[in-house]
Every structure is written in structure tokens, then in C-alpha cells.
Ligand binder design. Structure first.
Ligand code: NA7
Length: 537
């Protein structure tokens, strides 16, 4: 196996998104490692490189959806608005890559095809689609949690004569919808961002909805230099607030219960949060929306009342109203004019909650209410989340153990950072970590910093191999499962559970214990000399 290796490195980092860029920087500049980054895209950006669909933008606010580790990056970048669009976030990551001189450490246009542990050499063999093969002592999979696009297997797609696209693999040259009849499948965060923008250009848009979603307005607005000067002058407080929070957002959750205030007052609080916009709706008014079903129902019913106010046709409004699952149990979207879009003459809501899409024909889509002729199909159908991107790396650990086999009954990890039998392989934003329930950059910085310190500690001890014990993995995996019973997170069919992928084992994958607790746990374990891990030469 060793004679076809093109180059040997201390560390290979897979991915050039928020995670991979920081990991490469940290390992190269602070640890002095020989590090190679490998990225399938032609440049940096990760999620923001691939997701170029109309309306793509961030749901976290820009003042905390960014790197906080670098004063240079912080000082030299002002965002244009509260929720920047994808092109601006991509430019930011390109700016970070350039400013930190990271591109020279990456092989772009290169996809990892397999990762295999070489027992004799105590190292990973990294095969790629360019034919080049690398070896590395450590591998960090910085492949993202939502990067394996899910195109549902609907009969007839191959014979469709028009064009079709998945939002997460959008063509770089964009898609011109002018004069086109479009079917959009999916009403998650992505579909909710895309529909209003596509509707403004297309001749007709059919929105195929399997499950109605709760969304609150984003209330995007431009931000100017003065505002940034103000925010940055107290930025340490922003960072401290994100780090000590449950989900990486710099908000203090309200101490109130939604059930302890009179209805009139409750409604006024929801009104004001609705006007303010954003995720604060979930945390800022009441602390128990995700803890108590009755509290949640007050918010759910408020959102339904808004849908009924906004959407003129009562029948359409009713179809848009989510029922039977709590608000926030699926990752909550935020929107710009989503419900308003259904007042347009050129938009049709197609309810496919019963029966789904029976087939795609050469000229359209067939649904329970008939055949819709379209020129273009947009799949806003999400991702094989969390495990998908890792399994696509075709990972084989000790004794020929395949990660795909190890995880048939759901992911097993220690701290979401490592898997037993896969030494020196670290995952960022992996299953078993809280990351996808949080503001991602906050979680990512924590993961990268923990992994970097771990590698540094290993080198200082002269013991380069680390892996978790089976016992530690079992205990953590049980703890993740137990924590998922907390609150209402597991009360909906969501990608957190793998429910969107037919045949995927239903296991709640993220850790619900909260970011601050998780951070403390990780710190404690590092400080104890890596309890639960086996360290060897
Ligand atoms: P999501 O949130 O997984 O949403 C996917 C949507 O596509 C959702 O409405 C699904 O309906 C629908 N879907 C999926 N498969 C099908 C089939 N086979 N037929 C019809 N409809 C289908 O993905 P997003 O890209 O919107 O968002 C992912 C994350 O990115 C988001 O949570 C943020 O964190 C950013 P369902 O609800 O399953 O009935």
C-alpha cells in the first residue's frame, strides 16, 4: 500500500469550509504541522461554495456568524447586512483564506474517495479521485453536516425532458427562470428562502409541500460602518455570550415561561419578536418553548394566526399551517416574504402530504391533485445529514472495520469527535456533538481548538495515536440518546433523526445537552489527560 503514496503529511484536513480553513490555519501556524487540505470544490467556502441557489443566505446574524479567533479578520471585515446572502459569505471565506494565506496548503478540485488506516505505519492512507494518494498521521474530517445532497428517488426523473437542480449543487452560472414553469420540491429552510425569489422571476412556481413549516420573518436590513464600530468595540462580550450559551447565540434567554403571562401580554411579546425578526423568536420571549408542549403551542398558534393574516385565500392559508408537531422541533427557518409569496398569481401551493409525488413525467410532475407541466424542477430536499458526508468518505479503520458497518444502527462517537476503532480520525460538527443545533461557527471554533490542543498534547508526550475506548463511546452514545429525550427536539420527523432519508436508521444524532455544557465536558476531559481515550506511541 505504501509505494503509491505521493506525499506524506502530519495532518490531512478534508474540506475547505469554515471548519477546514480554520483547522489548516491552526495546525500550520500554531502547531507548525505539515498539513494538507483536500477540497472537492475549486476553491474555499464549503457550504457557501455549493449552495448558490436563489435566496441563499444565512439564518444566524452576521455579527456572530463569522470567525472570532482572529482580530485581523474581525477588524478588516464589515458585513453589509444583518443576514448576508451567499455570495457575500463566500467572499468572506475567500477573504479569510487569502488573508491567512491558506490556499497554498490545499489541493482543490480533489475529492477524497477513501480513508484507510494503515496499521503498520500508524497512519491514514488518503485516496483521491485525481489518482493522487497521501499519507498522514492524523485526519480531520471537516466535511460539514449538511453537504451530502439528497435527491429523492422519484420514478421518472431520468426521463424528465426539462432541467433539474438540487439547491446544494447549484450551477455556478446560476439558473434563469424567466418564462419557465418551475416545480420546487421541499419547504425546509432552503425551500423557504428560494420560493419567494424564484417566484419573482419564473412564469409559474408550483411549491410542492409534504410538511408545512413554521417560519418567522428574518427582517434583513443593511448595516453601516457606524454600527460595526459599535459592535466591534464590545466584541469580547459577544464572543463570551456565544460561548457560554446553550446554542451559540449571543442572546440571553428570557427567564419567563410562556404559560405564566396573560394571553394579551404573551401576544404582545410575540408581536414584538415577530417585528424584530430572527431566531430570537424562539429564545427571546420565553425560555420554555422547546421544553413544554403547551408553551410551544402558544408560539405555534401565534405563527398560524400570522399565516391566516398574511395569506389571502383561507384554504391555502390552512394548508400552510403546520400542525401535529412543535415549533422548533425541526430546525426553524426564518424567511423574507415566504407566506406572502402564496398571494401571487403565479404561485400554486401543491399539497403532497398524502401520497407524495407519484412520478415525474417527461413534461412535469404527477401529484395526487393531478399533473403539473413544468420546465424546471428544483429539489430543495435537503441532505443526508451528519452521517452522510462522513460515510461518503469510505472510511476503514483498524482490522478492516468499515465506518458504514460500525454505524448501521446509528452513529456511535465519543464527544462527537472520534469513533472507536478509527484512531487519529477527528470529526468536526459530527454526530454526537451539539453543533447543528447551534450557531455553526461557534461550534466549529470549539472543535478546531480542542482538536489542535489534543494533537499538540500528543506530540509533547511523544505518543501520537489517540482513539476512544469502546466503553467511552458506548457511554457517550447512550448519553446523547438520553439527552435527546430532553425537551421537544425529537417530536418531529426531521433530518436530526435521519427521518428524511428512506431506510436511514432513526437515531437522534445531535447532542442536545447544550454548547456550554459540552464545551465544559470537552475541557474537563482534555485537562484530565484524555479520560476515555487510549493514547499510545
Ligand atoms: P430540510 O430541512 O431537510 O428540508 C427538506 C424539504 O424537502 C422538507 O420540506 C421535506 O419534507 C422535503 N422533502 C424531502 N424529501 C422529499 C420527498 N421525497 N418528497 C417530497 N418532499 C420531500 O432541508 P433544507 O435544505 O431546507 O435545510 C437543511 C438545513 O440547512 C436547515 O435545517 C438549516 O440548518 C440549513 P418533510 O419535511 O421531510 O416532509
Amino acid at each position: 500500500a505504501a509505494n503509491d503514496i505521493d506525499s506524506v503529511h502530519d495532518l490531512v484536513v478534508v474540506g475547505a469550509g469554515f471548519s477546514g480553513l480554520y483547522m489548516v490555519h491552526k495546525a500550520r501556524e500554531e502547531l507548525g504541522l505539515d498539513v494538507l487540505g483536500i477540497e472537492a470544490g475549486a476553491g474555499p467556502g464549503g457550504t457557501w461554495y455549493w449552495n448558490r441557489y436563489p435566496g441563499a443566505r444565512c439564518d444566524s446574524e452576521s455579527f456572530y456568524y463569522c470567525y472570532t479567533f482572529s482580530k485581523v479578520l474581525l477588524d478588516e471585515w464589515d458585513w453589509s447586512s444583518r443576514y448576508p446572502e451567499q455570495p457575500e459569505i463566500l467572499r468572506y471565506l475567500e477573504f479569510a483564506a487569502d488573508r491567512l494565506d491558506l490556499r497554498r496548503s490545499f489541493a482543490f478540485d480533489t475529492r477524497v474517495e477513501s480513508l484507510t488506516w494503515d496499521e503498520d505505519g500508524s497512519r491514514w492512507i488518503v485516496r483521491t479521485n485525481t489518482g493522487r494518494t497521501f499519507a498522514a498521521t492524523w485526519v480531520v474530517a471537516a466535511v460539514g453536516a449538511l453537504s451530502a445532497a439528497n435527491v429523492p428517488d422519484i420514478p421518472g426523473l431520468d426521463d424528465f425532458q426539462g432541467e433539474w437542480f438540487h439547491t446544494g449543487r447549484w450551477p455556478h452560472e446560476g439558473v434563469d427562470f424567466t418564462g419557465r414553469r418551475v416545480a420546487q420540491i421541499g419547504t425546509g429552510s432552503t425551500g423557504i428562502q428560494a420560493a419567494p425569489v424564484i417566484a419573482r422571476q419564473a412564469e409559474h412556481l408550483y411549491v410542492l409541500q409534504r410538511t408545512p413549516n413554521y417560519t418567522v420573518p428574518a427582517r434583513d436590513r443593511p448595516m453601516d460602518r457606524d454600527e460595526w464600530v459599535r459592535i466591534k468595540s464590545a466584541y469580547d462580550e459577544v464572543v463570551a455570550a456565544t460561548k457560554s450559551s446553550f446554542a451559540g447565540f449571543p442572546y440571553t434567554p428570557s427567564p419567563r415561561s410562556a404559560l405564566e403571562v396573560p394571553e394579551v401580554e404573551r401576544r404582545a411579546i410575540y408581536e414584538s419578536l415577530w417585528e424584530e425578526g430572527g431566531f430570537k423568536f424562539l429564545w427571546g420571549g420565553f425560555h420554555d418553548l422547546l421544553l413544554d408542549e403547551r408553551a410551544n403551542e402558544t408560539a405555534a398558534e401565534f405563527i398560524r394566526s400570522k399565516i391566516r393574516d398574511i395569506v389571502h385565500d383561507p384554504e391555502i392559508a390552512e394548508k400552510l399551517c403546520p400542525k401535529g408537531y412543535p415549533y422548533g422541533a425541526k430546525r426553524p427557518p426564518i424567511d423574507t416574504d415566504y407566506y406572502e409569496t402564496f398571494n401571487r398569481d403565479n404561485v400554486t401551493l401543491v399539497d403532497i402530504s398524502e401520497g407524495g409525488i407519484s412520478r415525474i413525467t417527461p413534461t412535469g410532475v404527477e401529484t395526487p391533485d393531478g399533473h403539473h407541466e413544468v420546465d424546471t424542477i428544483v429539489f430543495a430536499t435537503g441532505f443526508d445529514a451528519m452521517t452522510g458526508p462522513l460515510l461518503r468518505l469510505d472510511i476503514t479503520g483498524r482490522d478492516g472495520l468499515r465506518l458504514a458497518d460500525e454505524w448501521v444502527d446509528g452513529p456511535t462517537t465519543y464527544l462527537g469527535l472520534q469513533v472507536a476503532g478509527f484512531p487519529n480520525l477527528f470529526t468536526i460538527t459530527g454526530p454526537g456533538s451539539p453543533s447543528v443545533l447551534t450557531n455553526m461557527p461557534t461550534s466549529i471554533e470549539q472543535h478546531v481548538e480542542w482538536i489542535a490542543r489534543c494533537i499538540d498534547d500528543l506530540r509533547q508526550r511523544g505518543q501520537l495515536v489517540i482513539e476512544p475506548t469502546q466503553e467511552a463511546v458506548d457511554t457517550w452514545t447512550d448519553h446523547v440518546a438520553e439527552a435527546s429525550q430532553f425537551g421537544l427536539f425529537n417530536r418531529a420527523d426531521s433530518w436530526y433523526l435521519g427521518a428524511n432519508i428512506p431506510g436511514k436508521k432513526r437515531v437522534f444524532m445531535p447532542y442536545v445537552g447544550g454548547l456550554a455544557n459540552y464545551r465544559a465536558k470537552c475541557e474537563e476531559i482534555a485537562a484530565s489527560g484524555y479520560e476515555g481515550f487510549l493514547v499510545s506511541p
